[in-house]
Design a protein around this ligand. Sequence first.
Ligand SMILES: Nc1nc2c(ncn2[C@@H]2O[C@H](COP(=O)(O)OP(=O)(O)OP(=O)(O)O)[C@@H](O)[C@H]2O)c(=O)[nH]1
Ligand SMILES: [Mg+2]
Length: 305
Amino acid sequence: MPERTGFVSGFVSILGRPNVGKSTLLNALTGAKVAIVSDKPQTTRTLIQGVTTTDTEQIIFVDTPGIHKPDSVFNARMMETIRAALDERDVLVYVVDVSREPGAAEWESMEVIRKTSAPVLLALNKIDRLKSKAALLPLIEQFRSRHEFAEYIPISALTGEGVQELRAAIVKRLPEGPAYFPADHLTDQPERFLAAELIREKLLAETREEVPHSIAVLVDEWEEKPHVTRIAATIYVEREGQKAIVIGARGSMLKRIGTLAREEIERLLNRKVFLELYVKVRPRWRQDKQFLNELDWRLTMAGSE
Ligand SMILES: Nc1nc2c(ncn2[C@@H]2O[C@H](COP(=O)(O)OP(=O)(O)OP(=O)(O)O)[C@@H](O)[C@H]2O)c(=O)[nH]1
Ligand SMILES: [Mg+2]
């Protein structure tokens, strides 16, 4: 590698199976909450940008939906999204969960990284869950025997252990280049989308089985008043039974979700928020291309120009 004296910058995608901790890692690397996190697989549904800038470097991270076999139009779109995150990257970070034995699904999902020429770092995440770090060596060998990664780095996205080492391994591989964004730029996500995501995060934490996958949230109204921002959002579900779950007994669930989401949106905007939530049934929305377009802020923004 040539001696580098100047500012370095580059694009880094974070990939891996659902639920391994990619979004938690993005938040740890950027020191901010740019992506929502949950214990349910397929939490992330789109590319999430998170930028970190120091005096010497700028890294543009892109968090991706977990790699899985698509079973709907919606999931097929998520997988297309992942392919978009592979083009012209300087470094890839492939994340695995060390608290789970890797299997066929893991090896299949690794096919994605074989097609790229960028160096791939293996982030062995959730080491805080291991009783002994001795278990890491055989695991690393299992991965190495299937793919020669540029580096193998044990981390805990949750506690922060190893995250600086991972960052250093990334920076080492970045080319000299300019800052693409101002130093305070954190993400490209519009506030409306971030607010909808925070509402969805609270819903994911409170629901189980098929309900989390059936939930979509859209912000309908956003009004800046003198002392408060008024936000109206609709929670879409696929069936009446799911609507009843989301509303809860005498509206208790919806009220709890509303309070939790409002508090976090207030922290995000640094402003008082008045949040109105509605619940609607929209059968089979995951197969509905037009609705999927409405959910995709990158498409809606392009359309509004
Ligand atoms: N113990 C432990 N849990 C973690 C760690 N990193 C993430 N988690 C948990 O793992 C779960 C999944 O985390 P996410 O960051 O949402 O995972 P993801 O890979 O982005 O998942 P998808 O978006 O569904 O693909 C959450 O419950 C996290 O709190 C870690 O280092 N240690
Ligand atoms: Mg995620």
